[in-house]
Design a protein around this ligand. Structure first.
Ligand code: ATP
Length: 289
């Protein structure tokens, strides 16, 4: 079943087109990484999915129209935005009370056990916490809500490396099961590569890549060639070529791995490498136009 389905989803702010008619389908039980440069339209897409902005085109989330049925939808959805929304005066235990009061699917005991793993005190006020601690608190409140769809917009902004890693590990091990769906946006793509089931690149309000991680691993290949094999690699139509320590590094879409292996060392690219190639090509196309 599709958790999210959009057709021709469009949003413009005056002359700025934030979403330029996108089609997407996210099945239940998937973890989608929505990746794009600044201003690509990621937050706008998430806001439409959460019913926080109106839009043109068709959109269904968990079978509902998010703009018209937001209240219903919110019982099954939770999200963390890139802006901390917790008031600065609130105490940690008051924040727990508040979420317990407003969300019927909040598991307070679980939230407290997550907080016990941090250095956050129950009596601290939000204004006394560091930026990363505020995010930790926010995550403890959100990840303990039993939701069908979890929307994470830059969830690890301001967190240190240790906590970022443990956040994604616990998201996968303690939170995720195949009845839930997660959408995450981040600029730190290398940190989410191992948890995603699906990958989507957005640029200038349009989807420029949409594939499962299995398809990603089959489709894309990187090969590092010594100078004598570079010319032959070029004839196979790479989507990108870079120079690394006197060798050429080529990125291919859909090339024959066995054939590439004869030219040099073959591996699957990182999401970050593919992102640079795909978005770079899209920007170059725009510049040419
Ligand atoms: P970032 O990675 O920088 O957070 P993003 O991919 O989330 O970027 P959006 O916030 O969706 O990008 O913005 C897409 C475009 O829409 C940008 O050009 C932005 O300036 C514009 N935009 C977003 N919100 C508004 C608004 N409320 N009013 C006017 N323009 C807006």
């Amino acid at each position: 079943m599709a958790c999210i389905e959009a057709r021709g989803l469009r949003k413009a702010y005056g002359a700025t087109v934030a979403l330029d008619g996108i089609d997407l389908r996210v099945e239940t039980g998937r973890i989608l990484g929505l990746i794009g440069p600044n201003g690509a339209g990621k937050t706008t897409a998430l806001n439409a999915i959460l019913g926080l902005t109106d839009y043109q085109g068709e959109l269904k989330v968990l079978g509902r129209d998010p703009w018209r049925e937001r209240d219903d939808l919110m019982a099954d959805v939770c999200f963390i935005a890139d802006v901390a929304v917790l008031p600065r005066w609130i105490r940690v235990d008051q924040a727990l009370d508040y979420v317990a009061g407003v969300h019927p699917r909040f598991d307070r005991a679980k939230a407290e056990s997550l907080l016990a793993k941090t250095t956050i005190k129950r009596t601290s006020r939000v204004r006394e916490l560091s930026k990363g601690m505020v995010t930790q608190l926010h995550l403890a409140l959100i990840m303990t809500i039993d939701a069908k769809l979890l929307v994470l917009d830059e969830p690890t902004l301001g967190l240190d490396i240790l906590y970022r890693k443990s956040f994604y590990d616990s998201l996968l091990n303690d939170y995720f099961d195949h009845s839930r769906t997660i959408i995450v946006t981040t600029h730190q793509v290398e940190e989410v590569q191992h948890i995603l089931t699906d990958l989507m690149f957005l640029n200038r309000g349009r989807i420029v890549l949409d594939c499962s991680m299995e398809a990603f691993e089959q489709r894309y290949t990187e090969v590092m060639t010594p100078p004598e094999h570079a010319a032959e690699a070029r004839t196979l139509g790479p989507i990108q070529e870079r120079q690394v320590f006197g060798r050429s590094l080529f990125l291919f879409d859909g090339a024959d791995r066995a054939r590439l292996a004869a030219l040099g060392e073959v591996r699957t690219p990182s999401i970050a490498d593919l992102f640079v190639a795909v978005i770079g090509a899209d920007q170059a196309q725009k510049a040419a136009a």
